[in-house]
Design a protein around this ligand. Structure first.
Ligand SMILES: Nc1ncnc2c1ncn2[C@@H]1O[C@H](COP(=O)(O)OP(=O)(O)O)[C@@H](O)[C@H]1O
Ligand SMILES: O=P(O)(O)OC[C@H]1O[C@](O)(COP(=O)(O)O)[C@@H](O)[C@@H]1O
Length: 338
C-alpha cells in the first residue's frame, strides 16, 4: 500500500466530537504510515496555506475537548472558482493526496466545488449539532447537543414549576427538527414546535392553548414547557411569548439556549461516532475513494456521494414523529370527546 499525504480541516459550525475525529484520523493514518497535516480555520486555511503537521503527540488528550483544535470558520469566498483554484494550487504544492473535510452539508458543497479544480481525493465526515445530513443516522456533535439541551430543560423546569410559568425554550437546528425533537422528548417538555410539524401560527397557537388548558385542568395550574426550533416562528421567540401571554393569561418566559449547545465535552456516542468515521475515512483514502461522505447507518459504515447529502432531505422518520406527537403535542387528546 502506498503511503499517502492526507490533509484534514474542520468547517462550518463546530460540534463536540470534531477533536475526537481529528484524533482518529491522525492515529489511524500514523499507524498505516501516512502523513497528516491540518488546515486551520476551515477553507480559509486552504486559501492562506495556513497548515501544520499533525501527529499522535499533537492529538494527545483532546478526545474529551469540545470545539476544534484546527479552529473552524465560514468562508464565503470559497464559493468562487478563483478560491477553489488557489486551494488546489496550495494542496498540490504540499503534494496532498486526499483532503478530509469535517463539517456540514455546506462544507461538503465546498469540498465538491474544490474537486472541480483539484485531482486529489475529497472525503466528507458529517459534523454538526443539527443532524441534518442525509445519508447518515447521526452526525458528530448531535448527541452532546441533545444532552446539553436536555440538561437545560431540566433546569428550566425547576424555576418553571416554582413560579407555575410557561417557558419557551429555543434550540438550534437551523431548519431541521432533530435536536428539538430529541431535546423535547428526553427533557419531557409539554409541547414542541418544529419545522417538520409546523403548519401555521394560528393553528399552532390554538393547539398549544388547547393542550395547555387540558393540562391545567388535569394537573392543576402548573408549569408548561414548550421547545421551539430556531428560525421558525416568523416574528421570533419574544413575540411568540407575548402572543401566548395574551392567549393563555399565564406568565411566559423565553429562553434561547443558543451557542451553549455547540460547546462542552462530547458524550460517549459522539466520541465513538467520530472515531469510527475518522478511521473509516482513512480506509477510504487508502482505497482511492473520492467525492463521498462517510457515514453510519444501522451501526454500519456507509459511503454516500457528496451531492446526495444535500440533494436529499433527511426525514425525522415515523417512529420519532409518532412518539413525539403521542408524548407531547397530542398527549392530552385522549378522552377529549368523553
Ligand atoms: N456552494 C458552495 N461552494 C463552495 N463552498 C461552499 C459552498 N457552500 C458552503 N461552502 C463553504 O462551506 C462553509 C461552511 O458552510 P456552512 O453552510 O456555513 O456550514 P456547514 O458546513 O456546517 O453546513 C462555508 O462557509 C463555505 O466556506
Ligand atoms: O455560529 P453561527 O454562525 O451563528 O451559526 C449558527 C448555526 O450554526 C449551527 O449551530 C450549526 O450549523 P452548521 O453545523 O450547519 O454550521 C446551527 O444550529 C445554527 O443555526
Amino acid at each position: 500500500m502506498t503511503n499517502k499525504r492526507i490533509a484534514v480541516l474542520t468547517s462550518g459550525g463546530d460540534a463536540p466530537g470534531m477533536n475526537a475525529c481529528i484524533r482518529a484520523v491522525v492515529v489511524a493514518s500514523e499507524g498505516a504510515g501516512h502523513t497528516v497535516i491540518g488546515f486551520e480555520h476551515g477553507f480559509n486555511g486552504l486559501l492562506a496555506a495556513n497548515w501544520r503537521k499533525l501527529d499522535s503527540k499533537k492529538v494527545h488528550n483532546i478526545i474529551q475537548r469540545g470545539g476544534t483544535i484546527l479552529r473552524s470558520a465560514r468562508c464565503k469566498e470559497f464559493k468562487q472558482d478563483v478560491s477553489a483554484k488557489l486551494a488546489a494550487k496550495h494542496l498540490d504544492e504540499l503534494a496532498i493526496d486526499a483532503l478530509l473535510v469535517i463539517g456540514g452539508d455546506g462544507s461538503f458543497h465546498g469540498a465538491k466545488h474544490l474537486s472541480n479544480f483539484w485531482d486529489g481525493q475529497v472525503i466528507g465526515l458529517p459534523g454538526t449539532i443539527d443532524n441534518d445530513i442525509y445519508g447518515t443516522d447521526a452526525t458528530i456533535g448531535y448527541y452532546t447537543a441533545i444532552e446539553t439541551a436536555m440538561d437545560s430543560i431540566d433546569k428550566v423546569r425547576d424555576t418553571a414549576d416554582a413560579f407555575e410559568r410557561i417557558f419557551l425554550v429555543e434550540v438550534m437546528g437551523r431548519h431541521a427538527g432533530f435536536l428539538g425533537a430529541s431535546a423535547a422528548l428526553s427533557g419531557a417538555a409539554n409541547y414542541v414546535i418544529l419545522p417538520e410539524l409546523f403548519t401555521d401560527k394560528e393553528t399552532t397557537l390554538k393547539d398549544i392553548h388547547q393542550q395547555l388548558s387540558i393540562h391545567r385542568q388535569r394537573y392543576g395550574h402548573e408549569s408548561f414547557i414548550i421547545v421551539l426550533t430556531e428560525n421558525l416562528w416568523p416574528e421570533g421567540i419574544a413575540e411568540l411569548g407575548v402572543q401566548l401571554e395574551e392567549l393563555t393569561g399565564g406568565e411566559v418566559r423565553p429562553v434561547i439556549l443558543g451557542h451553549i449547545q455547540r460547546g462542552g465535552s462530547p458524550v460517549s456516542q459522539d466520541r465513538m461516532l467520530a472515531t469510527l468515521l475518522g478511521v473509516n475515512a482513512v480506509r477510504c483514502v487508502e482505497q482511492n475513494k473520492t467525492g463521498i461522505m462517510v457515514g453510519m447507518q444501522n451501526n454500519k459504515p456507509v459511503e454516500i456521494e457528496l451531492s446526495q447529502t444535500w440533494e436529499n432531505r433527511k426525514e425525522l422518520g415515523d417512529t420519532l414523529t409518532q412518539t413525539m406527537v403521542t408524548m407531547l403535542n397530542e398527549r392530552h387528546n385522549w378522552g377529549m370527546t368523553t
